[in-house]
Design a protein around this ligand. Sequence first.
Ligand code: SF4
Ligand SMILES: [Zn+2]
Ligand SMILES: [Zn+2]
Length: 304
Amino acid sequence: MKCLKCSQDAVIIGQHGGLCKTHFITYFENKVIKTINKYKLISREDKVCIAASGGKDSMTAIYLVKKYFNLKKLNPQNLFVLTVDEGIKGYRDINIKNLEKFCKKHDVKLIKASFKKEFGTSIDKAHLKINNQKPCNICGTWRRYILNKESRKYKATKLVTGHNLDDEAQSTLMNIFKANNDLLARLGPISGTQDHKLFVQRIKPLYLCLEKETRLYTYLKNFPIIYSECPYSQTSYRSDMKTMLNNFEYQYPGTKQGIVKSLLALLPLLGQKKEVSSIKLCQICGEPANQPICKACKQIDNLK
Ligand code: SF4
Ligand SMILES: [Zn+2]
Ligand SMILES: [Zn+2]
């Protein structure tokens, strides 16, 4: 198939036709910049922290948020990258090495945190001790905990995550399937509990990008990335949802976009379910929590 806009061979075929390498890169970058503008994700005064794992989504987020900073002539001192080493040997260590090189090349400050430093253990070790929990449950909670705490420590006002349209479609259905209406109401391009001084607001510039588009973009841009998945990802509820949605998308193209479009229409009706006033401080660590003891501290306690 040929590109919609010129006579070159297409590198991707979307719902409306094909695009060549040059036109795809332009289309993709414009989409991210438009998302930042449309949802007012970044303002001139913001100090922006990019949460990065060293995978394709976070490398794309770093590259394009940096590009946005250059385009808008924002202060480069107000941009930094934060990574959390969960301790997954043969996977995260390689990603972090790639991330170090990438940040150096693009001149963005990198801050490193780890489960070992914060909780005294790694996912490789912790997962051997948990009988009925999947590693992703602990990993997700601990990572969110550290990202919020560390980004706040460095005075970030926005925390960029690499969530794409596939992630959002999966999260939407996962929350519906489990009747997690509070969590459903907290999705969207600006997510989480907003307007609370202990929470750094999370933003998702790749919100409207399909995973296959991000994958292709990083490949065409030759970013230093390993495309293999985390060895624990096969055991998660999310990975089952991902497989189901990919099969559905294959049969009925546009399914994922349809789910996210519906979510965006529903969000104003759902409102901000979690009242800011109901946020407490964890009695152990002092971080914000919904219960007297936060989830991260509870999980640490379970491991003992
Ligand atoms: S797949 Fe699960 S264990 Fe692996 S990094 Fe993601 S949340 Fe952590
Ligand atoms: Zn073209
Ligand atoms: Zn705690």
